[in-house]
Design a protein around this ligand. Sequence first.
Ligand SMILES: [Zn+2]
Length: 180
Amino acid sequence: MKIDRHWLAGIPRTPSPNFDDRPDPADISLLVIHCISLPPGEFGNDYIDRLFCNQLNPDDHPYFKEIYQLEVSAHLLIKRDGSCVQYVPFDKRAWHAGKSEYEGRERCNDFSIGIELEGTEFAAYTDQQYVQLAKVIRALLEAYPKLSAQRLAGHSDIAPGRKTDPGASFDWQRLLGLLK
Ligand SMILES: [Zn+2]
């Protein structure tokens, strides 16, 4: 897997309008792992793409009425079958972390890359997701030298008390093992 001008080469793109410039484009130094499913617990539809592109229809599900006006994004989604979609180029600031702090530094969106796994905090992630996530992270570590396998956080780690993803269902040891 290769990164070409801040996009993963050969990976489908669904450009999101929800991004802006990083305060320091050279500071890409944290990876944040999230999970998402829309509606919660359902997989394999295009609602995540719609949310990140501000095209979620509030009439499609009661839960969507609560979230359709959010302007959010992540750099990348890894679906249950391991396939990816990229929404925001890595040198731009995606809007995934919200109020957050890592090692005393606030506004993690400024300096992080946000990766969403299609899933929930309770259901095991798929083998294909772990394999693909490790491939993506290896490519990112190569392209952005300030990243490292030690600078990996869950959304719950940088927004404790507010966020709980990717949840106990995410096996950090398995990921770290794949990155060795
Ligand atoms: Zn999250």
